[in-house]
Design a protein around this ligand. Structure first.
Ligand code: NAP
Length: 350
């Protein structure tokens, strides 16, 4: 392992699990040593268990790992989790109780009051909730979560505006990629040439997670951000990348150029700490009138940059704009990886 820390992936055969395998290949600090999925995959070589959907080759070393049972016994102490919420609510606490650092993608524990919900550029201070998390007090294990894949793009665009001008009201309408539903996800006959104006529990997650992420740490609790927030979520026939049309009312008056500058200048802890997965520019503004578009902008900053465009006055709230982010990278595996890198620098992985 040449001084790299061994990590495991729970739900390693799914879309997000595969993205972890891809992003962890050649990672300077972490190396995949353990993979688990359902009992359908258990005991198989990873190459035989997975239906590899990434556009890069399946790394040969990982291909030959055997899929382990989804139990903490024999697992490494750092676990990236990519499980459906119902399974995660049962398994993640079990791994934390056994002393593992669980870096989770699932919604199961995100809103629990002692579980940090973190985007390192936005609220790295919320990691302090770990000090009072029940598993950490008992076993040194813990759970940290990253947000829902549509909340993250929105919050990355809102954070610089909240810092500079304050936010009063947000309205967001999403156009979410099919890969957001996992594999095989939505049936092609349901989505081709179609828009589905419903994603189960998505609007509720976007609304409550946005307020927790932009909330304030007060002692051992997060006080949610005090603005009004409404989300409409739609599934569209796009492979990767969630696009969102956003209107926002600000507390302080702001001009077009000031807002664009707030986005382009936004830098935070991951950039200062030079975390390996941190993009140089977390939020970038595209000046072309018809951008961002998933086809051209989804891979900005290796999929870790949120691209904003089309800033213009809104006749109901103050301003409107479009934001795009990669749902399985910035919205899932990349978000968790950046959280794990932050945890390491903050000393929580020792
Ligand atoms: N896709 C996205 O863009 C995205 C973004 C953010 C967050 N998320 C969240 O990330 C999680 C994973 O999503 P996904 O899109 O990767 O889903 P997915 O493609 O359906 O993968 C699910 C994974 O869970 C495993 N699994 C199923 N039942 C299990 C069990 N009883 N015990 C252990 N493992 C089990 C599956 O293994 P088998 O192959 O053996 O069945 C597979 O590895 C979900 O909570 C999702 O909401 C997804």
């Amino acid at each position: 392992m040449q001084n790299k820390t061994a990590v495991g992936i729970l739900g390693a055969t799914g879309i997000v699990g595969q993205r972890f395998v891809q992003m962890l290949e050649n990672h300077p600090w972490f190396e995949v040593a353990w993979l688990a999925a359902s009992d359908r995959s258990e005991g198989k070589l990873y190459a035989d268990a997975v239906r590899w959907r990434m556009k890069t080759q399946l790394p040969a070393r990982v291909a030959n790992l055997q899929v382990a049972p989804a139990k903490p016994e024999g697992a490494p102490k750092i676990i990236f989790a990519a499980l459906d919420a119902a399974i995660a609510s049962e398994l993640e606490p079990r791994f934390a109780e056994a002393g593992c650092a669980v870096v989770s993608n699932s919604s199961a524990l995100r809103m629990q009051s002692d579980v940090p919900l973190v985007i390192p550029e936005v609220n790295s201070d919320h990691m302090k909730l770990l000090e009072c998390q029940k598993w950490r007090r008992h076993s040194r294990g813990f759970v940290v979560t990253n947000p829902n894949c549509s909340a993250i793009g929105l919050v990355m665009a809102l954070a610089p505006l909240q810092q500079k001008f304050g936010i009063e009201t947000v309205m967001a309408v999403t156009m979410q990629a099919v890969s957001g539903a996992g594999y095989p996800g939505v049936a092609s006959l349901d989505i081709l040439g179609n828009v589905i104006p419903y994603i189960a529990k998505e609007e509720e997650k976007m609304e409550e997670e946005t307020l927790k992420l932009l909330g304030r740490l007060e002692g051992s609790r997060i006080v949610p951000a005090p603005f009004g927030m409404s989300a409409h979520c739609n599934r569209v026939a796009v492979e990767d990348g969630h696009t969102e049309s956003v209107s926002v009312k600000l507390k302080k008056q702001a001009g077009n150029d000031e807002i664009i500058q707030a986005w382009n200048d936004f830098r935070s802890a991951p950039q200062e700490m030079r975390l390996p997965s941190a993009p140089r520019q977390p939020v970038q503004y595209q000046t072309a009138a018809d951008r961002p578009q998933p086809r051209f902008d989804v891979d900005a900053g290796n999929g870790m940059t949120a691209t904003v465009g089309r800033l213009r006055p809104c006749s109901v709230l103050d301003w409107k704009f479009t934001v795009l982010s990669h749902n399985t990278i910035r919205g899932a595996a990349g978000a968790a990886l950046l959280n794990a890198e932050l945890l390491k620098v903050q000393g929580y992985l020792e």
